[in-house]
Design a protein around this ligand. Structure first.
Ligand code: NI
Length: 464
């Protein structure tokens, strides 16, 4: 049975799981009920599991029915956010101050659907590890899994993850090799002056005025210190200081976040913040102390696995619905910690138009069940598994690999032709070695080859 039809059979159940998770959101490392539910379902599919990985995480492992093949990991995140939901629908959060506002309920349900389908068929070679990770938001559940040795105990050749993307039409995917999401760091600056009566400012050292100078100065890190074509963000997001109308406080605290892609830019930002803050404070007689924490590395897709994921998506929705033209996001994703250790790819799945501007982390956001019902969306992970593990139904393993290699070659050829349209490119492919080489004909050669293909020439060579 074609995969999409079979998945469609249990689509209503996947939506039920999703709605149940949505109604009972749990934040970082508190995902106990969620974890129980995931464990119960995986076991009901006959998939052996390990629990308690990074506290509440779960890993399920499934071997294909055919020998050999590669091992891959497919990952979903399970945690919710400390947000009070403003939606009124039946599956809205039952817990004040907690909400699935990033669609991790949908990711978990989709990976459960994938696990169920693959456990039913087992028609692949190799091993698939299903990683249900806790604490994607802020607390780095993926990093903890890596530190606990997840890839030593479950060795994999590649790891794949996905995230819904509001604004990208349902039924479309977006992916690119290289950076998809930014590195995420945080900083805290404590500025200390001398408290005074607000009517006698000359007797104090005003940390509020110092903070204003610091905040303005920090704007120059991206505008004056970062290469104009590189991405970087330095945002002050909190100011805590002062208690009343007529007192200049003794001290205050600034907090914020930085984003970047390039490691050199990331290395530049921390000392630049310190230099600017120290200088601005010193010029006013105030002092500062700073804490800077590197949280998540950039999420960087490896080229081959990007093509595998893109090919899997194209298989479902057609090449035209696999977008390659979106800019990377300055948002961050702790899937990056897995990608630091293993090759892999992270792909965005269209969540449809953002209703009422309800983007990710908005109290009106919801994972789009309609989007997840769009042809091809839920089985994305299965298809990645098929691409990697060679499960193509009737097609044998080698045929699957050949088809994937051909597609990869076609894509590379398309890119080459697009990049240098003046000549003609010829592809020399050795798919068995995964090697592709391009040669550009001289325009005269290209013309001659075109002449050779005219009907009169072709006719001469035609077999009776
Ligand atoms: Ni998220």
């Amino acid at each position: 049975m074609p995969i999409i039809n079979r998945i469609a059979d249990f689509q209503p159940e996947m939506a039920e799981w999703r709605h149940d998770l949505h109604a009972h959101p749990e934040t970082a490392f508190e995902e106990r009920r969620t974890s129980d539910k995931v464990a119960e379902l995986l076991q009901s599919f006959g998939i052996p599991i390990e629990r308690g990985v990074a506290k509440t995480g779960i890993i399920g492992s499934l071997e294909g029915s055919r020998p050999g093949g590669r091992a891959i990991a497919l990952r979903a995140d399970m945690d919710a956010l400390p947000i009070t939901e403003r939606n009124q629908f039946a599956h809205a959060s039952q817990h004040q101050g907690r909400m699935h506002a990033c669609g991790h309920d949908g990711h978990t349900a989709m990976l459960l659907g994938a696990a169920r389908y693959l456990a039913e068929t087992r028609n692949f070679a190799g091993t698939i590890h299903f990683i249900f990770q806790p604490a994607e938001e802020n607390e780095g559940g993926a990093r903890l899994m890596v530190e606990e040795g997840v890839f030593e105990r479950y060795p994999v050749d590649a790891v794949y993850g996905m995230h819904n993307w509001p604004g990208l039409p349902a039924g479309q995917f977006a992916i690119r090799p290289g950076p998809m999401m930014a590195a995420f760091d945080i900083f805290e600056i404590t500025i200390t002056g001398r408290g005074a009566h607000a009517a006698m400012p000359h007797l104090g050292i005003d940390p509020i005025v110092a903070a204003a100078q610091v905040i303005n100065g920090l704007q120059t890190i991206t505008s004056r210190n970062t290469h104009p074509l590189e991405g970087a963000v330095v945002s002050v997001t909190q100011i805590h200081g002062g208690d009343t109308w007529n007192v200049i406080p003794e001290a205050l605290v600034l907090r914020g976040t930085t984003r970047s892609f390039d490691p050199a830019v990331r290395d530049m930002i921390e000392p630049a913040i310190r230099r600017i803050a120290e200088g601005a404070c010193a010029s006013l007689g105030a002092t500062m102390a700073m804490r800077y924490e590197r949280r998540y590395p950039p999420t960087v897709n490896s080229p081959a696995e990007t093509e595998t994921a893109a090919a899997a998506a194209a298989e479902l929705v057609g090449d035209g619905n696999v977008r390659r033209d979106l800019l990377p996001s300055m948002g961050a994703e702790d899937f990056a910690c897995f990608l630091e250790k293993k090759p892999g790819a992270y792909i965005w799945i269209g969540n449809g138009a953002a209703v009422d501007q309800a983007m990710l982390h908005n109290p009106h956001y919801d994972f789009n069940d309609e989007a997840s019902e769009a042809p091809g969306v839920p089985p994305m992970l299965q298809c990645i598994a098929q691409e990697v593990a060679g499960d193509h139904g009737q097609e044998d393993h080698q045929a699957g690999i050949d088809r994937q290699q051909r597609r990869r070659g076609d894509q590379l050829l398309g890119i080459a032709q697009h990049a240098a349209p003046a000549g003609e490119w010829r592809l020399h492919a050795e798919p068995e070695k995964a090697q592709y080489r391009f040669e550009q004909d001289h325009i005269a050669d290209a013309q001659r080859r075109r002449d050779d293909q005219r009907p009169e020439h072709v006719g001469q060579n035609m077999q009776p």
